[in-house]
Design a binder for this molecule. Sequence first.
Ligand code: WQD
Length: 339
Amino acid sequence: MVKTVLVTGGAGFIGSHTCVELLESNISVICVDDLSNSKQSVVDRIKSITGKELSFHKLNVCDETQLDRIFEMYDIDAVIHFAGYKAVGQSVEKPLMYYQNNLNSTITLLKCMAKHNVNRIVFSSSATVYGVPKVVPMNETADTWCTNPYGWTKYMSEQIIKDWCVATPNASAILLRYFNPIGAHFSGLIGEDPNGIPNNLLPYICQVAAGKLEYLRVFGDDYDTADGTGVRDYIHVVDLAKGHLKALEYIDANKGCQCVNLGTGKGYSVLDVVKAYQTACGIDIPYRIYPRRSGDIATSYADPKKAYELLGWKAERDLNDMCASAYNWQKMNPNGYGD
Ligand code: WQD
């Protein structure tokens, strides 16, 4: 029975939503985060939402001395590992920083787990490991070939965890490959808070809706898709968080290492999302067509069958919920957590 979970990167977008779901399931949470891409106020908001306490320690998971101290302090049953840099474009400009941080954190974490006989882990991976898919929808047997250092750090961390599982008796791991997480908790107290001008579609649209940005740049309308714009599998961040609880249940009862896609199985184009956002929020989103963004693929969406068959999980929230919750977060937090 998993009673206490260490959540690395627990003050981040997906990490914070997962901490809420863990606490609401009466699981104790130890949250560690270096706050390089998040704010400590997130921890207070998690407490406000749940009415429950959680332990927070500011640290970088690469710091073995500090991390070991956490394993000494708490009786940890399992780990959910979110901590890592995640900006695709930045990873191309600074590959060594990404390999150093994202791989070193995974290796350091596994070393501390081994030392303290903690042998259950859920890893935050990404559909980025599929690169340019030969077939859509993608299932977990699809070819993996990354197109940027960020994706490679996810793929390599998966391999490190797989090999650790083989070498560790009773080890159990789930590698969750997220498609496109968007939206926010219905309370509007936690959400996606990108640094500077957002790279990703939905936070950018939210800032256009809020009047912080003039219009959306639609990167390419000449893809081989229904309306020419890029198609993605958008998944509500709360559905994603709930998927982590199902993964914990699975690794509590099973050994070995499994890759699982977390997606809805539906693909929506950029213009589909713009229309859905306008309908959900009653706000016009002006846009202009721009050239394709380098590194983008035309179409990506999941075959979610394995998540349902193995974990008993499927996404329940629709695109309207995703857009409305994202807008609610934006309205309540015009400057993100910076307020
Ligand atoms: C979605 C679509 C763009 C912004 C990213 C990460 C990936 C994963 C999920 C972590 C594409 C178009 C976007 C804009 C646009 N994150 N777009 N104008 O690139 O699918 O994946 O998030 O694992 O690693 O790369 O998401 O939101 O950036 O783009 O037209 O201002 O929206 O071309 O078709 P992406 P995205």
